[in-house]
Write a protein that binds this ligand. Structure first.
Ligand code: UD1
Length: 423
């Protein structure tokens, strides 16, 4: 099993290019199930979850091709779908497999997807996805760990009024994909506003979908008979960009984060500035971070977009260990997302947890240690902590980080970090 060996203490310097957003690429790949024609996706990140989604589609006899080398483009053609089923073996490694449910029911009128189960950061149920599909006229049953959805009268889903009682990102995406081929209109209230949802809407509209209200929490979808192929470039990964901003800040370095979209990072940039990090935006797709000033503690509360992203909470905690004073970090989205805290404490951080609040007192001199990554963003935060720690750290179970970051050790090395992948 691979791990990272990191010698801390280097100020990062240089330019890093941000890859396409994993959380946008996954629903875009699932959306290709909606059309028999080819969907060309550009700026796909080379991360493990994309390979898993590719395998899942191939399992359904969908053609998945990578025309370029290294593969940042994908062509997906679901001319025929042999098997509308997402098996447990694939779903268990990637919860986002649930994103195939909506498009399969929308196109075929039936689907069977393994229930994703809990994960390290919380129970993460899919009840809201299922309730919404019922509101659109699907019949849902669960058996042997699988959820089966079908249109009882056969044919297409009727569509309907969906009111999400809680904002859900993949839930909104799933229902949008079910609604675009429905027989009637679907109204979605309390829809997620994340940029990845907007990116999916853009792709679906290119494929011929009729969606109004994009960018608001009320969406209106007029179902169409058929969708066509399209070409679409995936937006840059705002979480990868945010992680590199923190990497620059925590090491007191000077890092240019290129090919990102600063407008998707407004709440994070504001919070980093509050902690004393100097961030400049030379143009619409570049940010420069200069971390030479003293860091000051700041409180953070995770929220749905455009609030502070839960996917940046762990990385911010690493930064807070270096800030002067007490930072209160409140996690409101997931119930158990502080697993990285105990590993940071083993490195010498002063953190106390009280339910959904973590209080980080700094600055502390972190010491190189062996730590274990528990989930994708937790592993990124431990790499960040190791970059500033004194001496050598080992971050174990980097398969978590490989799920969502494209060769993070290579990108960090190019900025001067001493990081190596060892087995
Ligand atoms: C997506 C992102 C993930 C990010 C999260 C929140 C992808 C592939 N993943 O995950 O990186 O951390 O948004 O920004 O895009 N919930 C329910 N029932 C449901 C669905 C969700 O109770 O049916 C709860 C969840 O447990 C969680 C909250 O709602 O507490 C928000 O979850 P959701 O927005 O659905 O997260 P994901 O879409 O799974």
């Amino acid at each position: 099993m691979d791990r990272f060996r990191i010698a801390g203490g280097t100020r990062l310097q240089g330019t890093v290019r941000i890859s396409g957003a994993k959380n946008s690429a996954l629903p875009a790949m699932a959306a290709a199930l909606l059309s028999p024609e080819p969907v060309h996706l550009k700026n796909i990140p080379r991360v493990r979850d994309i390979i898993t989604m590719g395998r899942l589609l191939a399992h359904m006899s969908v053609r998945v091709e990578t025309p370029d080398l290294p593969p940042t483009d994908l062509t997906i053609q679901a001319e025929k779908i042999s098997d509308a089923e997402a098996p447990y073996e694939l779903v268990r490694t990637m919860r986002a497999s649930i994103l195939t449910l909506g498009p399969l029911v929308g196109r075929l009128g039936h689907a069977r997807v393994s229930l994703p189960g809990g994960c390290a950061i919380g129970a993460r149920p899919v009840d809201l996805h299922l309730k919404a599909l019922e509101q659109m006229g699907a019949e849902i049953s669960t058996e042997h760990g699988y959820v089966a959805a079908r249109v009882p009268a056969g044919g297409r889903l009727p569509g309907g009024q969906v009111i999400f009682e809680k904002i859900t990102v993949t839930g909104t995406e799933n229902i949008l994909m079910a609604a675009v081929l429905a027989d009637g209109e679907t109204r979605i209230e309390n829809a997620a506003l994340e940029p990845e949802v907007i990116d999916l809407i853009e792709l679906l509209v290119k494929m011929g979908a009729r969606i109004e209200g994009g960018g608001t929490s009320s969406l209106r979808v007029q179902g169409v008979q058929k969708l066509c192929g399209a070409t679409h470039s995936i937006i840059p990964d705002r979480i990868e960009a945010g992680t590199f901003l923190v990497a620059g800040a925590i090491t007191g370095g000077a890092v240019e984060v290129a090919e990102c979209l600063p407008q998707h990072l407004v709440s994070l940039i504001a919070k980093l500035r509050e902690t004393g990090v100097n961030i400049e935006q030379p143009n619409d797709h570049t940010l420069r971070v200069c971390g030479s000033r003293k860091l000051i503690a700041a409180d953070v509360r995770t929220e749905e977009y455009p609030g502070f992203p839960t996917d940046m909470q762990a990385q911010f905690m690493a930064l807070a260990t270096q800030a002067d004073g007490a930072s209160v970090i409140t996690e409101t989205i997931f119930e158990n997302r502080f697993l990285h805290a105990s590993e940071m404490m083993r490195m010498g951080a002063s953190i106390s947890i009280d339910g959904r609040k973590a209080i980080v007192r700094g600055p502390t001199r972190l010491q190189g240690s062996s730590v274990i990554a528990s989930d994708l963003r937790a592993s990124a935060s431990l790499v960040l902590a190791a970059l500033v720690a004194q001496g050598m750290s080992y971050v174990d179970r980097v398969y978590h980080i490989d799920r969502g970051y494209e060769r993070i050790e290579e990108k960090l090395s190019r900025l001067g970090a001493h990081i190596e992948r060892v087995s």
